[in-house]
Design a binder for this molecule. Sequence first.
Ligand code: AMP
Length: 613
Amino acid sequence: MAESEPLIGIDLGTTNSIVATVQDGQPVVIKNRTGVALTPSVVAVSKNAKRLVGSIAKRQAITNPQETVYAAKRLIGRKFSSHEVQDALRSLPYAVVAGQHDDLRIRMGGRDLSVPEISAMILQELKADAEAHFGRPVTKAVVTVPAYFNDAQRQATKDAGRIAGLEVLRIINEPTAAALAYGFGRTVNGRVAVLDLGGGTFDVSVLEISQGVFDVVATGGDTYLGGEDWDNRIIEWLVFGFAKEHGLDLRKDRMALQRLKDAAEKAKVELSSVRESHVNLPFICTPPGGGAALHLQATLTRDKLEDLTSDLAERVVGITTEVLGEAGVRPSELKEVILVGGMTRMPKIVEAVRGYFRREPCKGVHPEEVVALGAAIQAHALAGQDSELLLLDVTPQSLGVAIAGGYVRRVIPKNTTVPTSATEVFATSKDFQRTVKIMVLQGEHEMAQANELLGEFALTGLREAPRGQVEIEVTFDINAEGIVSVSAKDRGTGLRQSITVTASSGLTEEELKRIIEEQREYLLAARLSEELKTKRVELDSLARDVVDALTRARLLPGGGGLAADAMPRAEQALEHARRVRDAEDVAALTRACELLSGCLTQLRGSAQSGARR
Ligand code: AMP
């Protein structure tokens, strides 16, 4: 029987990413090629122009800060002009520039790359890990996103999957994935809340679980609240302390900033288990006028950290309160509270959650792995390998259109179960109007401008008639992944127009195709370079052995009984190897290796018989 194709679930995190699968009916995490579950979501281009991904990229971040990209998830699907991106620019050591459609590009290795391209590098790495695990190609995956991701962020994540050569079977929400993994193999009936505080985002979902049906009741969050914010507070505190002592701003130095970032995260993690952490960064900078290098030394206590970040913890509770309100449940009515994401290891967060829900949060799930495991379970279910499971998710943000006066008319309210569709009828507002422009918005604000513009399109060639007499029917669809498409119809003429909203992922279909082609070429080139490297190592080793065998044969009386042509043949083979060694030609290198190997067998064979004689 043909083996079914391996399916994977990927948690593409801000800080770390994980890939999982379902094996023998059990969800399991796939360890990466360095033997651990977590792959840092870091990519870099090294000084010798090599692409690095994961821990190898993270390790060189301090010495190569401008070419090392981390936390790309915080930028995906965002507009360059948004305040989130503008804020982020102040603390990022790598360069971010504006793209053509108010999207953003990251400068790395002398190229301006879109964020999906960066995310694709991480996905490709996880795909390769999965392929190493299964020993065969892996092309299908479920990828998770924060529940509060809007359409642009979801589209951009899907684009990243395509660039990485993955067919993204489904984009699912991280807290929903966590609930799937929590419910797997247990009999759970009732409402649960999932709080997911990761490196970059915070999400809360309330789900009703009943006999394999996972029905999301309400979801909410903040895509700009996560571990990075805690780290930034520590950085600010360290920078402020240093400025007070030495009058110097360390943020101006990219290398110092990268070291501060590492130290801040380390201190934060440490303070989850001890009460005091020492930050020691020797030679952090040299004073501008010259003189001895300065060192940064500080002691951060858990109390101080909690004090510096108390408003962040309050935001976690505030958002949770809102979502529970929307779900119409009281904290005491929940069956379980599940904590997900590395940041929920922080005692203050556990304490805040305990205080709010007045109960111990569930300890039965692994906070970092649970999302990837849930994604794998969903991939399995989508492939029909687990028909018992049904996932009903909701749209996290309302969908609407801009109307006169700069207001929004809401078409699909947030927390509506997806897939869903809604139709609205609009009338022309001017006499003999031939065109209407429809601006599709996502968000909760009543003013159009304060929402995310997903896209706009014009319906042209309308029938000429006095205002109000031409009616246009606009249908909005949100699929099970939360991705939006819109179509419009002139009710009188039946004229139709449809758009798939692709506004701010920043990549047009043509650009995407070009990038996919470039990726394919890159991977081919990378494979070739790897093969060349391996062949050259083999060639060098064989050449050394042949030289040794020749030397030995020359020392033996009468050449150790070698055939007359053996030595000249070996010398010719060595000369040939020298000539082809640096050619970019795997076949020529293979041939040279074969020649050397043949000579070696002959030299060694003769040397042995010569020695016996
Ligand atoms: P995730 O996105 O779920 O991998 O979470 C990553 C975030 O969790 C990063 O900001 C980490 O610094 C943070 N984190 C991981 N372990 C701990 C810990 N023991 N205490 C506090 N934060 C942690």
